[in-house]
Design a protein around this ligand. Structure first.
Ligand SMILES: [Zn+2]
Length: 311
């Protein structure tokens, strides 16, 4: 596809658009504006562990005697603001940044942090993605996320699991196969009893499945179930986006996805087209709280069609 859209350069962040529809352009202008206007706010999980909200994915930061370890890095424009917030909370330089996955709204901050000497950690498939130019098919738009320069790439990777002993606790990075993307990591803070789910768990509307880049709807359900087995009913659950929540909400979300999976799979097995699936309103019970299911169902249909035909 020919690139016809505008190209924006904001600081070291480049956002290219492949489809220059007016709503998309407005959305991008809105993002740039948001980054200028939005402060970083924080929510304390317990001593030494905080969630930071700004523009992009939720950040979790561990601050203590070992130093500062941060999960996800938002955008370069937000970096000065979250560094100030980390100082306010008693931290210094950011020693480690763990990317829950490679999407720009979680990892573009690497472009600032990597060159400054922060160690960047990610699941190996996410690192692979970050070394290449990507197009993210968001259904209603295509985002181009250019390859990162070497200094912004993860220098430490893992396949299924790795652990830190940092700030007096064990921190586990867990990967359970394709889910939101092909390279997701959940990060479990064992002593604080908290988990950052990345975008495998979205708590502000139906999730996005990056199927075109190797994500899987069924994998997303399995991933959530695997994490639920690792945590307990007292665990603080931080979603990729949306408010901090708990075990029960993650379990409910997993159940919702699983029920939708069953309904859509039945429809596909009966020969339904995407249009017929949408018309059957398999998500109707949840649309009131989750919003418009159109883009979600598009990706669910694509993912389930593939897994059914592979059986
Ligand atoms: Zn994402």
């Amino acid at each position: 596809m020919m690139r016809v859209g505008p190209s924006y350069r904001v600081g070291s962040l480049s956002l290219f658009l492949l489809i220059a529809t007016a709503p998309v352009r407005a959305q991008l202008d809105n993002l740039v504006e948001q980054m200028r206007e939005t402060p970083i706010t924080s929510q304390r999980i317990s001593d030494g562990l905080h969630v930071l909200f700004g523009v992009g994915g939720n950040i979790v930061v561990s601050i203590g005697a070992s130093g500062v370890l941060m999960v996800d890095s938002q955008f370069p424009q937000m970096a000065p603001k979250y560094k100030d917030k980390i100082s306010e909370l008693g931290g210094g330089n950011i020693d480690f940044t763990l990317n829950t996955h490679w999407h720009f709204d979680h990892a573009d901050g690497n472009l600032i942090l990597g060159p400054e000497g922060t160690w960047i950690v990610a699941q190996e498939n996410s690192r692979d993605r970050l070394t290449q130019d990507n197009q993210i098919n968001l259904v209603n738009q295509l985002w181009e996320q250019p390859a990162y320069p070497a200094a912004a790439l993860p220098t430490i990777t893992f396949k299924d699991q790795m652990s830190f002993e940092f700030n007096g606790e064990r921190i586990d990075l867990l990967h359970y196969g394709p889910a939101h993307t092909s390279g997701d990591a959940a990060v479990v803070f064992r002593a604080h009893n908290a988990v950052h789910m990345g975008d495998v768990f979205n708590n502000n509307g139906y999730p996005f499945i990056d199927f075109d880049s190797g994500g899987s709807f069924e994998g997303m359900i399995d991933f959530c179930r695997s994490v639920l087995n690792q945590i307990n009913t007292d665990t603080v659950v931080v979603p990729g986006h949306g408010p901090v929540t708990d075990y029960v909400e993650l379990a409910d979300y997993t159940s919702m996805l699983s029920q939708i999976r069953d309904r859509v799979r039945d429809l596909i097995e009966d020969g339904a087209t995407l249009e017929q699936v949408v018309a059957a309103r398999p998500t109707r019970r949840w649309d009131g709280e989750q919003g418009d299911p159109a883009n979600f169902l598009d990706r669910v249909y694509a993912s389930l069609t593939q897994s059914i035909s592979a059986q």
